[in-house]
Structures are given as structure tokens and as C-alpha cells.
Write a protein that binds this ligand. Structure first.
Ligand SMILES: Nc1ncnc2c1ncn2[C@@H]1O[C@H](COP(=O)(O)OP(=O)(O)OP(=O)(O)O)[C@@H](O)[C@H]1O
Length: 301
């Protein structure tokens, strides 16, 4: 699997603040990778180092295999949406993109119509930027990031300030770009449940440090709904449960806990059954950990 973004022990210190602390990123081609962190965790600083707006204090970076004084060759293949682009209020979508196309001097004119079509803004005609909804503004930002036909997008909070419909549109767009055009996407947000729907990888950042880097499968595993029962006699409990519920999925955990992964609506029946068979139920809990809860637990630790 080819690497799109790699950082080794990347640091950024602003005066006394260590905004990024020894970060090792490894983003593979085709990933939709979520960078999750509270305000001030260091997400924007990390993205700005990737885009070249901020210089690292220490560490190395590699973009599409290019490093050191060839980094800009890697950057050319990445579309960044980090801060709000300085779109001109009285210009239409097309005029704004034309302005940036000339300024950047890289793409063919027809690419403007292509990107406007991709972000579903091709029919905005004479409407000026200042009359756009928040969702339209964000999508124009994405169109600009896509202008130079990148192979990777780095998006800092692209759903910021959007309503549910706007968030949905961005989500569908990212999935489409990933599936149809094979774009690798690195995205940050504080709307964690939103990212759970689109990403295949989750990197949690806190106080400039990566505290966890897990796949969607691993995250789903951690966030799965389950019943946990603590009993005085696990083997007897297992036997009773398996006799009455032949398809039950059970695991015995440390501390005389049993985890049940199905029959989730029948916790009361499970409890009664155990008691009827002489098993003492010390505690029974139905757990469903959301990504938010999971993240909070990580940060608190
Ligand atoms: N130019 C700067 N000068 C001094 N300190 C800065 C500068 N930029 C960021 N910081 C500090 O670095 C830390 C990380 O900030 P950063 O903006 O990267 O976090 P973030 O996760 O993107 O937060 P947010 O979601 O609020 O944008 C914070 O403590 C912030 O105050």
C-alpha cells in the first residue's frame, strides 16, 4: 500500500506552547482518515505543517514519497482546505474559481465547470458568493481544493457551521470522491459521530499527541453495544445461558464478567434465568459506547 502522508516525530512549539508533540502519521492511499481532537488539540497546526504554512520545529515529513527540498512536489498532489479561502463576496462561484485559477496558474479553464459539477454548484448562475448558504460556501471551498485535480484532500473542519443537510452533502461528496476518484482524504472535525460514518481510520489527538490510531473495525468493536453481567459463578452462568439461548454469543472476561453480544433487548430475561438457576447476578449493564464517549474516556485517561 503506497503512503500518501508520512510524518516522523513531528514537533511544533509556539513560544511556550507545544502544539504538536512527536507526531507520527502514516496515511495510506485510499484512506478516509479522521483526525479527532478537542479545540486546541493541534489539528490545524498539523495540517498547516503539511501544507507548508507553518514550519515544524523538529521532525520529518514525506508527501507522496517526496521529502526535504522536494516536499513541494508532493504538496502539488494535495488539495488543502484549512482556513476559509478568501472568496470575493461580489463574485459568482465561477468568477471566484476563475480568480484563483489565474492566481495559481495551473489548471485548464474547463476544470472549473468540472469541479462546480462535482460539488453540485454548477447551477448557481449569477448568484453572488455573499448570497450563498454556509453549505454552498463550504462546497465552493472544496471545489477550490479540487481545482488542481489532487490525489489527496486535507480538510480542516469542512462541516463547521453546517446544518444536518449541509453535513450530509459534504459526507456524500467525500464518499463519492473517495470511491469514484480514489482520493485519499484526511479530515478533522469535532463532530465525531459524523466522522464515524465516513472514515475507515480514526486518529485521536490530545494536547498535540496522538493518543490512539485505530481502524473502523477496531473502533466499531470498542463501541459495540453489549450486555455485561458480573456473576458469582461464571461457568454455571455460561451453561444456563447457552442451554436457554442456543445462539447466544458470550465471552468470559476478567473479574467474573460475562459479555453478551446478542439478545440485547432481553437483559431482564437473562437476569431472571440466571437467578432461577441459582447464579448470583452482582451487576448487569447494557453498554453502548458512542465515539464521543470513547474519545472522552481516552482524553480523561
Ligand atoms: N500562531 C500561534 N501562536 C501561538 N500559539 C498557537 C498558534 N497557533 C496555535 N497555537 C496554539 O497551539 C495549540 C494548538 O492549536 P491548533 O489551532 O492547532 O488546535 P486545533 O486542534 O486546530 O484547535 P481548533 O479546533 O480550535 O482550531 C493551541 O494551544 C493554540 O493556542
Amino acid at each position: 500500500m503506497s503512503k500518501v502522508i508520512k510524518t516522523v516525530n513531528l514537533d511544533k512549539t509556539y513560544k511556550e506552547v507545544k502544539a504538536i508533540d512527536s507526531v507520527n502519521l502514516d496515511i495510506n492511499s485510499g484512506d478516509i482518515c479522521a483526525l479527532i481532537g478537542k479545540n486546541g488539540a493541534g489539528k490545524s497546526t498539523l495540517f498547516k505543517m503539511l501544507s507548508g504554512q507553518v514550519l515544524p520545529t523538529n521532525g520529518e515529513m514525506e508527501l507522496f514519497g517526496f521529502s526535504k527540498n522536494e516536499l513541494s512536489k508532493g504538496r502539488q498532489r494535495i488539495g488543502f482546505m484549512i482556513e476559509e479561502p478568501a472568496f470575493i463576496d461580489n463574485f459568482t462561484a465561477k468568477q471566484n474559481l476563475e480568480y484563483f485559477r489565474i492566481q495559481r496558474g495551473v489548471v485548464e479553464k474547463k476544470r472549473i465547470d468540472e469541479v462546480l459539477h462535482i460539488v453540485d454548484l454548477e447551477n448557481t448562475g449569477k448568484k453572488k458568493f455573499k448570497q450563498f448558504s454556509m453549505g454552498m460556501k463550504q462546497r465552493l471551498g472544496l471545489a477550490l481544493a479540487l481545482l488542481a485535480s489532487p490525489d489527496c484532500l486535507v480538510l480542516d473542519e469542512p462541516t463547521n457551521g453546517l446544518d444536518a443537510e449541509g453535513i450530509n452533502e459534504i459526507r456524500r461528496l467525500m464518499l463519492r470522491l473517495n470511491e469514484e476518484e480514489g482520493l485519499t482524504i484526511l479530515i478533522s472535525s469535532h463532530i465525531l459521530s459524523e466522522l464515524q460514518l465516513v472514515s475507515n481510520r480514526f486518529i485521536f489527538i490530545n494536547k498535540g499527541k496522538i493518543v490512539e490510531d485505530i481502524s473502523k473495525k477496531e473502533l466499531d468493536e470498542k463501541c459495540r453495544k453489549q450486555i455485561k453481567i458480573q456473576v458469582n459463578n461464571p461457568s454455571k452462568a455460561l451453561q444456563s445461558l447457552e442451554e436457554s439461548f442456543p445462539d447466544i454469543v458470550l465471552t468470559v472476561l476478567e473479574g467474573d464478567w460475562i459479555r453478551v453480544e446478542n439478545h440485547l433487548e432481553e437483559s431482564a430475561s437473562l437476569n431472571q434465568l440466571l437467578m432461577k438457576n441459582g447464579v448470583e447476578v452482582k451487576e448487569l449493564a447494557v453498554e453502548n459506547i458512542s465515539l464521543e464517549d470513547y474519545f472522552l474516556k481516552l482524553v480523561e485517561n
